[in-house]
Ligand binder design. Sequence first.
Ligand code: C2E
Ligand code: CA
Ligand code: CA
Ligand code: CA
Length: 277
Amino acid sequence: AKQNGRNTLIFFEHEMHDRITERFTLEQELRNALQNDELELYLQSQVDKEGTMIGAECLVRWMHPTKGLIPPDDFIPLAEETGQVVKIGEWVLSKACQTLSQLPFAASAFSLSVNISAQHFQQAGFIDFVKQVLAESGADPRHLILEITESLLIQQPQKVIADMQTLADLGIRFSIDDFGTGYSSLSYLKRMPLNELKIDKSFVNDIPDDANDSALIQTILAMAHHLGYTVVAEGVETQTQHNFLASLGCELYQGYLFHKPQPYQEWLNNIASLKPN
Ligand code: C2E
Ligand code: CA
Ligand code: CA
Ligand code: CA
């Protein structure tokens, strides 16, 4: 038994060593990725009740030279730990603003949403960076939505709210992402200049069969509407889910039932073939 325990320990040591090495390599490779232009932008269109495209969310992917396409869940958490998420966020934001200024019907009500990590938002100079990108691209700030999460309010909520207000005064809108998965402080939410609330896919998955999730969604929608927010349901994959959400007055939808995330150029070609709405 003693020998066994020893072997287990050695096994764990190897395993840990492997993980640390892998992490270190990935971190190094991510640094190169930014330099070598290996990040790719995907866009997932969002629709209203009638199925009309009203916007899209910007989603980053990493085209690794040997490992292929790496989804954000496999590198954003590391990028947050190492601070590289700031550079990644800047890249996505620039690309989004350039795209906005090039859209064939920029005057219509079409918006692009960008995920902003808490670390990026709290970076000194974030507001100046946003202003600069808007000025350089000529994008209309009223067509830009920044998606933030509840974790942004853990530190210095007063300052965060003041900074959000500065950006909101430019016309930028704010959306609270993955609503319900973090620790919600409704009293802070109420004080933020929010326009939109996104219901996380995990709540949408099992509706209407799951009574708890159904009740939760009903409550979120009622509360959001009471506070004057538009609601986006994420991860809508079935007509049944859509019908249930529509019956509760959910305004916007993002999910495979309507559109999957598409590579930048493919998405742009699709948009170009649409008529202004
Ligand atoms: P998120 O912000 O909640 O993004 C929605 C995710 O749900 C996307 O995954 C999207 O592809 C997926 N999704 C949408 N509809 C459906 C559906 O009907 N079925 C299924 N199975 N999935 C659906 P993705 O692109 O893998 O992104 C994962 C997460 O990575 C995002 O979650 C976001 O937290 C993060 N992320 C992505 N891009 C960025 C970025 O540019 N910056 C930062 N900071 N985070 C990002
Ligand atoms: Ca998001
Ligand atoms: Ca989300
Ligand atoms: Ca999510």
